[in-house]
Design a protein. Structure first.
Length: 176
């Protein structure tokens, strides 16, 4: 076994990436404080060919050196849009028939491993503030609340880590 060299990875250039069929998932980042978390989400979205990222509230936008540091260019490949009021994004996605998944710990949540996405359905995952999580108003309006089971003492994962876990699980089920 040996590590592959970068030239062996068959990486897409940005133009080819834009032409690829996207995984029918959007990410809504609401009030994310950490620029490194934002950059990490961009990079993960690139890896799984995610349709779009919506940046809402206080979530910073590219170009920013601290986002770029972790995104490694993914802000150029992944479509994104800034919308100040997350409710506007929520309403627009609902009108388009997108299923809204709040990623949060809540009553009546569904554990991630028990959720089976439909292959012909578009989804949006809503990720909330690092301290306060997804706003209750959005949790109440979501089609489903998806929870990542946790057994330790914190019951809290970094937002970039949570996003990666959820995207990987949905990606393998949808694109399998």
């Amino acid at each position: 076994m040996r590590k592959l060299k970068n030239k062996e990875l068959n990486r897409l250039d940005i133009a080819a990436f834009k032409e690829q069929k996207k995984t029918p998932i959007s990410i809504v980042l609401d009030d994310i404080r950490s620029l490194n978390n934002i950059g990490s989400v961009f990079r993960t979205a690139d890896a799984f060919l995610i349709e779009k990222i919506y940046l809402c509230g206080i979530t910073a936008q590219p170009p920013h050196k601290d986002i770029h540091k972790t995104a490694l260019g993914a802000t150029e490949s992944v479509d994104w849009e800034y919308v100040e009021d997350v409710q506007h994004v929520f309403d627009r996605l609902k009108e388009e028939g997108t299923q809204i998944l709040a990623i949060e710990q809540a009553t009546e949540s569904t554990y991630l491993q028990d959720f089976s996405p439909l292959k012909d359905q578009s989804y949006a995952i809503i990720m909330g503030n690092e301290v306060k999580g997804v706003k209750q108003s959005l949790v109440s309006q979501a089609d489903r609340v998806i929870e990542i089971p946790q057994l330790g003492t914190k019951h809290s994962l970094n937002i970039a880590v949570s996003t990666g876990i959820v995207l990987w699980d949905l990606f393998k089920q949808i694109r399998g």
